[in-house]
Ligand binder design. Structure first.
Ligand code: F6P
Length: 555
């Protein structure tokens, strides 16, 4: 029986029990000592693939831990699950759909038959459509209502129709010089955001991409309507609207009803989840920013990670190792959150994409068959760019009470060398993981204070504050420089990490029913705010806050 129809209770597996026992044996494991005892530790516990190098030696693990974790992945059926996903089985069981974002990066000539239909034709047809529009815009053949070339593209979309494209177009900014097109993102239903995004734009040279898988998302539709009003108020006409509005959606008719020409509607498919969609035409703003050639390199990088994930033995399989380390800390050490710390300005928004990818996917408490999960799932993902974080929340990582595993990401080469900035940036990244691992013992703290000539009473007063527990785990991912291919591999790495964890927990990583409740209740609250509905809200708190708003707007 398929894993998604009959998920296992992972906690009942012998490999889970073995890990519980091993966890007890590891209670006093000390990383400092492990490094001293084994000069091969770094070589043993590191792996490279697809232009990425992962050092996972600064973890609370031994070779035995790795073997036990890999065993759990095997026993839980990760390999079968991965094949089911890649082959287009309905792994999104609640919605009875496949999850085929991996098909979006398969090369031309591949075929993938799902329900008697070769999906690769549609995928490469869409890429050809993208190539055509990107070429026309870059070559100034696509012009605005006054025949001026397009200089600015505004992507109107939210969630997966925003975060992935924003991350990639920002991360690959050094590859945008030749395109001559600036990309902007309009996501929230917030007049201030609308104003800030449109403030310096010229309607004559601006193209809006209404990016919505469903074409039914409130924030996106409201922003699309506001953009249309903005365009019409600045000399645009309804007749020339087609030159300024295109769409990416699986709801073609709704886009046409909005006024977008059929041939300017790019496809999305129900077999691609929003948070996994940047590889499809949802990635159009990326392609417009960096060119199709670079966009295809991004896809190739992701494809090579897909192949690595499918074929590499789990002892050397980067996504599986990352996923299982996450399981180790979350389920066996009680780590409730996990920090993602890129040391690169261009990756500053990666954590937002990762938050959606991970928390919308694995923030679930029932298994695929509707039965409650038997262990904790879905850690909180947070983080931000270093060194900035070092002067803010890293304090908690070093001396706080919770155990927070961290991933450090850093390129070896900067796109923008300034003096010795990059050497310092890289050094800071490494010294943070080192500090987390080594910490500072009481005797080291005392010796340090003594060397400064402090009196014994003062040393006794200060020493406890200077002790850093250390032994805190982290991974470090290094790459040469950020390139489209390496970025594609990096994003796919985390997609597969999230997938593997979902399989271990037996949950459906591809639906998001929890999000729907807020959307439903939002309509009722809106109607009460705007007095379309006279009945009171279900609870006094919400009603009180509605009254507060109405009181202010009456006056
Ligand atoms: O936030 C819920 C969600 O459904 C996400 O999964 C999705 O990425 C986002 O809304 C946007 O949806 P759409 O692309 O249909 O506008």
């Amino acid at each position: 029986m398929s894993y998604y129809l009959n998920p296992l209770d992972v906690t009942a597996l012998p490999s889970w029990k073995a890990l519980e026992e091993h966890r007890l044996a590891m209670q006093h494991f000390n990383m400092r000592e492990a490094f001293q005892a084994d000069p091969e530790r770094f070589n043993e516990l590191s792996v490279s693939c697809c232009g990425l190098f992962l050092d996972y030696s600064k973890n609370l693990i031994t070779n035995e831990t790795r073997a036990l974790l890999v065993n759990l992945a095997r026993e839980a059926g990760v390999e079968q699950a991965a094949h089911a996903m890649f082959n287009g089985e309905p792994v999104n069981a609640s919605e009875r759909r496949p999850a085929l974002h991996t098909a979006l990066r398969r090369p031309l000539g591949d075929s993938l038959m799902v329900d008697g239909h070769n999906l690769m034709r549609e995928v490469h047809g869409s890429l050809a459509q993208m190539t055509d529009i990107v070429g026309r815009i870059h070559n100034h053949l696509w012009r605005g209502y006054n025949d001026k070339p397009i200089t600015d593209v505004v992507n109107i979309g939210i969630g997966g129709s925003f975060l992935g494209p924003q991350l990639v177009s920002e991360a690959l900014l050094p590859f945008t010089q030749q395109s001559g097109v600036r990309c902007h993102y309009l996501a929230n239903i917030d007049g201030s955001e609308f104003r800030e995004v449109t403030a310096n734009l010229n309607a004559e040279t601006t193209l809006f991409i209404v990016s919505s898988k469903s074409f039914g998302t409130l924030e996106t539709l409201k922003n699309a309507q506001a953009a249309r009003t903005w365009y019409l108020a600045r000399g645009g006409s309804e007749e020339k609207l087609y030159r300024h509005f295109i769409a990416v959606t699986s709801n073609k008719q709704a886009a046409i009803d909005f006024g977008i020409r059929e041939k300017n509607v790019f496809p999305m498919w129900d077999w691609v989840g929003g948070r996994y969609s940047l590889w499809s035409a949802i990635g159009l703003p990326i392609a417009l920013a960096i060119g199709m050639h670079n966009f295809k390199d991004l896809l190739s990088g992701a494809y090579s990670m897909d192949q690595h994930f499918l074929h590499e033995p789990y002892e050397r399989n980067m996504p599986v190792l990352l996923a299982m380390l996450g399981i180790w800390y979350h389920n066996f050490w009680g780590a409730q959150s996990y920090a993602f710390l890129p040391y690169d300005h261009y990756l500053r928004n990666f954590v937002k994409h990762l938050q959606q990818m991970d928390m919308e996917s694995n923030g679930k408490s029932v298994r695929q068959d509707g039965s409650p999960v038997s262990c904790s799932t879905g850690p909180v993902i947070w983080g931000g760019v270093g060194c900035n974080g070092q002067h803010a929340y890293h304090q908690l990582l070093h001396q706080g009470t919770p155990l927070i595993p961290a991933d450090f990401i850093v390129p070896v080469v900067s796109h923008n060398p300034v003096a010795d900035h990059h050497e310092w940036l890289y050094a800071n990244c490494l010294s943070q993981s080192q500090a987390l691992m080594l910490g500072k013992t009481r005797s080291e703290a005392e010796a340090e204070l003594r060397a400064k000539g402090l009196a014994e009473a003062e040393i006794a007063r200060l020493a406890p504050h200077k002790v850093i527990p250390g032994n805190r785990p982290s991974n470090t991912l290094v790459m040469e420089s950020i390139s489209p291919g390496r970025l594609g591999a990096l994003i796919a790495l985390y997609e597969h990490k999230v997938f593997v964890q979902g399989v271990i927990w037996g949950i459906n990583s591809f639906d998001q029913w929890g999000v729907e409740l807020g959307k439903e209740l939002g309509k009722g609250v809106y109607n009460r705010l705007t007095s379309y509905e006279s009945s009171a809200a279900e609870d006094a708190s919400t009603q009180g806050l509605i009254d507060y708003f109405r009181g202010r707007h009456r006056g």
